[in-house]
Design a protein around this ligand. Sequence first.
Ligand code: SF4
Length: 728
Amino acid sequence: MLHLPLLMDTPVAELAFRTHCPYCAFQCGIRMDDTQNDDAAIVQGDPYFPVNNGQLCIKGWTSSALLKHPERLLHPLIRDSRKEPFREAGWDEALDRIAGAMIRTREQHGADANGVFGSGALTNEKTYLLGKFARLAMGTANIDYNGRYCMSSAAAGGNRAFGIDRGLPFPVEDIAKTGLAILVGSNCADTLPPIMQWFEKQKSNGGRLIVIDPRRTPTAKVADAHLATTPGSDLALANGLLYLAIEEGYLNREYISARTNGFEAVRATVLGYHPAHVERITGVSEAQLRLVVRWMAAAESCMILSGRGAEQHSKGADTCNAWINLALAFGLPGKPNSGWGCLTGQGNGQGGREHGQKADQLPGYRLIENPAHREAMAKFWNVPEQSLPRKGKSAFELLDSLGPLTPNPSPERGEGSSTGGIRTLLVMGSNVAVASPDMPRIAERLKSCDFLAVCDSFLSETANVADVVLPVYQWAEESGTMTNLEGRVIRRRRTARPPRGVRGDLDVIRGLAERLGCAEQFSFATTREVFDEFRAATAGAPADYSGITYEKIDAQDGVFWPCPSEEHEGTPRMFAERFHHSDGKAKFLPVEHREGGEKPCEAYPYFFTTGRYKEHYNSGVQTRRVEKLLATQPLPRLQLHPTVANRHSILSSSVVTLESRRGRAEFTVDISQDIRPDTLFAPFHWGGKGAANALTKGALDPTSRMPEFKLAAVRIASVGRGSEGGTE
Ligand code: SF4
């Protein structure tokens, strides 16, 4: 059988010089030279890219180490049963096998028994094509992605309040000009270090910084004030601040009346958040609360920036709305150098949530349950509207549904409920076995599905339990567009030649679509043709990219969406005149504090919270393979307060085993005054014995379906002498 020819990308003789870092949403500009020999390409910060201005963090500096890494997968891997080892196979055999499993599943169990799990690391083009593949070629509703674990609560909060979700509605350069920056649950000094240049400029311009975090992080250490909140209390804190803003007469009444709806309901709600009550919930004193609102009132401009610490909770979306309420009450959104925004985490976390790999979305941030949006995409794809699947399961629920359909009445699910139902899963660019909460449960689920296919460059923990693994291009070997945390669409340019034997994710999607009988709808000749279809698909949608071209991106160092025509320059700053609800106004939303999915008790007396090291990225598939990063940060450490150490006779060399109701994990300890005595912290970059996500719970936010990564109840099960060895 003849197959579609592979996509044409940049010819090797014309490799580019400027591209962007593969990791986080700051998408630092880098310059790199490919090398003909076995050495890693030389990476430098791009001094002309106006976001990082030549700065990189250690992950960016070392990013090329993975391109010619000895563990790189260079052939598709196949096995006939999961008890057997993998064997190398050709591409046709591997793709035939995956497509065969999808067809079998569809025939035996229905289209929705096939699932797709994407990633916030995929380019916009891949995001678009993966969504089109799921809806048109597979006909399944069940596609979601790991951005659900990352930015979904901020997105839900922004959509509810402003009618649109763009993480930062202003460029990062505005941080330097703001009078007061409030970081809620973000340790950006570790997670996106080059952003600190903008806070340093802000400080030298006379601005102030407040950091809200249960830990005294490197970011908190450079702040003018640090509020060490109880984990899971950020919503109550915001409501308490609004209570004081009302009491002290700091409201911007003109703005509230002209530009917003719904303030009275919020006012009635926050009147229950007296400082003494808020202090009991948050651990923040009345004096500190008053200081914050006074600084907010005194500042000429003020921005509130939200991070995963505030968002990865079972009330993350409401927490975002509580902070947006406070911002609206002070008249900040739309005012110069002011507003509320989210510091997106993953490389294409923003674009990844806009173009159709999310269970409830179609390209351009259209909603799959909105009749007009369904009609628009059906027309664009030239298919009947009724043929488009409806909303599918969110990321954790999708993984938790792997396996045969089984009746399972449980306290969590209720009478008459069942588990399972998704029999075949395709994972693209995500290490779900380590990145998901309640890892032991997800590990069982992965084992119980009929067929698992994974696209990755390395044998990740997820690939290791798959039936077929496809080796794919890395960032420097492919072209495409990404959307950074500012909503700036940039070009990922091919700067390195891919090794023989690997293919791009776009080719994987096309090869599978062809085998499912949909070659015509995926018959692109070049990566640029995919880009052109993708941007045309967004015309008239909330996230309108239709006017963005490669040439404009090159000329402007990126284009901010919305950009509805080729004559339009893009939109760096939003909300100056109107919000995106039909009446142009922003919405206040009354939200109440509530307990998390779990709280400390006699049996599990400590809060457990997770986060990132500056040397590692997400589930660590890449960074745990970079020698320099591993040498600097070789293993996950448990940060705990000296009072906890004394109570349990823990020494700095001890190895501590933690237990939650779901699992156990083992860490070498780091005794520190920089954390609350009721809270323990560990990074989530590792699997195996040191897996923080073995402890976390899949309690979901009812709106965003974000799992509660930042709050679990744990106990110290045992204390042993340390070996300082690895934990994988
Ligand atoms: Fe920049 Fe993020 Fe890459 Fe670090 S990981 S170099 S902050 S894009």
